[in-house]
Design a protein around this ligand. Structure first.
Ligand SMILES: Nc1ncnc2c1ncn2[C@@H]1O[C@H](COP(=O)(O)OP(=O)(O)OP(=O)(O)O)[C@@H](O)[C@H]1O
Length: 284
């Protein structure tokens, strides 16, 4: 058997950032191997934008540090998708060609044409989703080795979301780049991302290889009960009229007696369960 040694893409140690009235990130530590596509999820105000902005180099952390691969070319698509409103997408690409040391005009322009973005209309007259596509085209054209995306799907219609996820991430995967993408749209992540970073109140609650994380948990479903019939740490539970559900961390797939059943945990189950538990203050 050959051991696969993954190169660290991002190594984050004890990162902290506070604003005048709030702490946005606390003691955040994780390793993201190079070439991974990571979903950064968390409730509103969890610290996702702050983490991405720190990693982009635009915001200084108050504590801790992070390291990137030497020579990493970072592209950051911020949540507001800032594009110059008075310029047309064609001119935005010309400007980007001058500002970036590495620039692939064909790639950037093909992206805009693929999504039917009018090249000669001012960005201020484009829809929110079209402006997102302009910002993504600039990011793609710069051939990043690390792509940081803050809610890239928020303004896109359902078809564009699916296409952007598929095309963007396959382009990026082909080039071996690392991606960190914050999103609230968890349903569209399955099969696309291979790594998870889950923030709650500025603290990293879960991180790691997605398959490994999901495989370490089960959903136990059965008649209404106070306690799970499965041993292990219960991260979340829900009790309906005649039914109870428990999300349990367990190293092996447990055996339960009927009417209890054990289900594998989907990404959506896992994220929603942890977010709902943190909202109730159940998970430390
Ligand atoms: N410029 C700022 N000044 C003061 N507080 C801020 C500032 N930016 C963010 N915060 C606070 O820091 C915390 C984290 O905010 P952040 O924008 O990083 O969260 P988020 O997870 O990206 O949220 P959302 O999903 O709503 O975009 C929040 O409590 C927020 O109110």
């Amino acid at each position: 058997m050959t051991a696969v040694v993954e190169t660290a893409g991002i190594a984050v140690r004890g990162l902290g950032k506070g604003y005048r009235s709030s702490v946005a990130l606390r003691d955040c530590t994780f390793d993201l191997p190079a070439g991974r596509v990571a979903a950064l999820v968390g409730a509103n105000g969890a610290g996702k934008t702050t983490l991405l902005t720190v990693l982009s180099g635009l915001l200084r952390p108050d504590a801790g540090e992070f390291t990137l691969r030497p020579g990493e070319r970072v592209a950051f698509v911020a949540q507001e998708k800032p594009v110059y409103k008075h310029l047309t997408p064609r001119v935005v690409l010309q400007l980007a060609a001058r500002l970036n040391l590495v620039w692939d005009q064909a790639r950037a322009q093909a992206w805009l044409e693929r999504f039917d973005i009018p090249l000669d209309r001012r960005c201020g007259q484009l829809s929110g989703g079209q402006r997102t596509q302009v910002a993504l085209a600039v990011a793609i054209g710069s051939r990043p080795t690390l792509l940081l995306l803050d809610e890239p799907l928020a303004d896109l219609d359902p078809l564009a979301r699916t296409e952007v996820m598929r095309d963007l991430l396959s382009e990026v995967a082909d080039s071996g780049a690392t991606v960190v993408m914050s999103t609230h749209i968890v349903t569209e992540l399955s099969g696309v991302v291979d790594h998870l970073l889950l923030l709650a109140h500025g603290t990293l609650l879960a991180d790691g290889d997605l398959d490994e994380l999901l495989a370490a948990h089960v959903m136990v479903v059965g008649p209404r009960a106070q306690e799970s019939p499965v041993r292990g740490e219960v991260l979340w539970d829900k009790h309906l009229d005649g039914q109870s559900l428990f999300l349990v961390r367990t190293p092996t797939t447990p055996v339960v007696s009927a009417p209890w059943v054990v289900r594998p945990v989907s990404l959506e189950d896992y994220v929603l369960a942890l977010l709902s538990a943190t909202r109730k203050g159940d998970v430390a």
